[in-house]
Structures are given as structure tokens and as C-alpha cells.
Design a protein around this ligand. Structure first.
Ligand code: FMN
Length: 202
């Protein structure tokens, strides 16, 4: 597949087949994704990959966080129990859940921003490389990634680590329709040399 076709045809996949991908193939994709740009070759990406029975316990931690943060609409115990069952089914229906994180270096300063950007570049490389091999992904990033209890629950430290994303990966059961993008003409401006002076916004 050509790169243009790969970028345009990739979809966020919500439903997966149960089949697991070959681990060597996955490792190969990660090794290629690591050619993402990253300043000073810090290679800040770190991954935890949840599979098999670890998916349920990871899913439980995610749902605990959703409840803590008030992200679920209901507070009724029976409805919460049903929601938990639904999430458990979802977490077990996806072969791999990949938690991307990084070590903090300057407590939210520009180095951390650079590293965060590099991890995002890695993730998109991975999504496209996976798509080329017929593997679907879903990039998720909710407030949970900032939840200090959740960060500890996954064995990390809010002081030392920043969570970047959870990405689901597996062979797609259903490929959603394309979501068209807006034409870029509205979102960009060409700046001519004559316009450079007096540009500072109020
Ligand atoms: C930072 C980030 C967070 C996202 N979070 C979610 C999410 O929580 N749930 C979800 O279904 N998709 C999530 N997505 C995927 C987007 O919804 C998806 O890319 C968008 O709808 C366009 O669809 P497409 O990827 O199929 O083109 C996220 C994507 C990014 C980059």
C-alpha cells in the first residue's frame, strides 16, 4: 500500500476478531515505529502490553478510574455492575491493549512536551504500520491518563511518569466508514515577507 493510501484508508477500529497477532511481527512494527522523530534521540516511548487474563484486570482499573472521575452516567450499583460487565467484554474482545507512557524529565516543561510529541509520532507510525499489515487500532486518551490513582494502579508513579495513550490492537471485525476531513485551505495561511512586521497579537 502506498503511504497516501495507508493514511487515507486507516480507520479507528472498535470491533475486533479474537485472533492474536504474532508477537515477532508486533515487535517488528514497534522497531520500525521507533524511527519516529525524537529530539536528542531520547526515544522516550515506553509500552506496557496487556494480553490474555491481564486484559480483564487492566479493564477493571480503567473502569475504576472512570467511576472515580464520574465519567459513567450512572451511580446505581446494579447499573454500574452491568457497565462493568460490558467493559469487561470489550477489554476481552481486543487481543492487545497497549499503554504508552514516558518518563518525566522536567515536570511538564518543554522537554516533556517534546517527548510527548515524539511518543505521539511513534503511535501514529505504529497505527499506520499495523494498518499496512491488516491490523486495526484504536487510540484512546481520556482523563484517566491523568488520574494519579490509575497511574499507581498500573505500577507507575505520577511523579516520574506521564501516560500518553491506550491503544487497542487486533484484526478488525468491522471497518467503519471513513470520516471525511475538512479541506485544509481554511486552516492555513501563507505568510509573505511583507506581512511579517507588526504581527504580534494582542
Ligand atoms: C488523542 C486521541 C484520543 C482519542 N480518544 C478516543 C477515544 O477515547 N475513543 C475513541 O473511540 N476514539 C478515540 N480517538 C480516535 C478518534 O476518535 C478518531 O481518530 C477520529 O474519530 C477519526 O476517525 P478515524 O481514526 O477512523 O479516521 C482518539 C484519537 C486521538 C488522537
Amino acid at each position: 500500500m502506498e503511504l497516501t493510501e495507508m493514511i487515507r484508508s486507516r480507520r479507528t477500529i472498535l470491533e475486533y476478531k479474537p485472533d492474536k497477532m504474532d508477537k515477532d511481527e508486533l515487535l517488528h512494527l514497534f522497531n520500525t515505529a521507533a524511527y519516529a522523530p525524537n529530539h536528542h534521540m531520547r526515544e522516550p516511548w515506553k509500552l506496557k502490553i496487556y494480553e490474555d487474563s491481564a486484559r480483564s484486570s487492566f479493564g477493571e482499573k480503567v473502569v475504576d478510574s472512570y467511576i472515580r472521575l464520574g465519567l459513567l452516567k450512572t451511580k446505581q450499583p446494579d447499573k454500574l455492575a452491568k457497565a462493568r460487565q460490558g467493559y469487561d467484554r470489550f477489554f476481552n474482545s481486543v487481543p492487545y491493549h497497549i499503554l504508552f507512557y514516558m518518563e518525566k524529565q522536567d515536570d511538564g516543561g518543554y522537554v516533556d512536551d517534546e517527548n510527548f510529541a515524539a511518543v505521539c509520532a511513534f503511535i501514529q507510525n505504529f497505527q499506520l504500520l499495523a494498518w499496512e499489515k491488516g491490523i486495526g487500532t484504536m487510540w484512546t486518551a481520556k482523563q484517566t491518563l491523568l488520574d494519579e490513582i490509575f497511574i499507581r494502579d498500573v505500577g507507575l508513579s505520577p511523579e516520574k511518569h506521564k501516560l500518553v495513550a491506550v491503544v487497542q490492537a487486533g484484526y478488525p471485525k468491522k471497518i467503519p466508514e471513513a470520516k471525511e476531513r475538512s479541506a485544509m485551505g481554511e486552516s492555513l495561511e501563507w505568510i509573505h515577507t511583507s506581512q511579517i512586521k507588526g504581527e504580534r497579537a494582542e
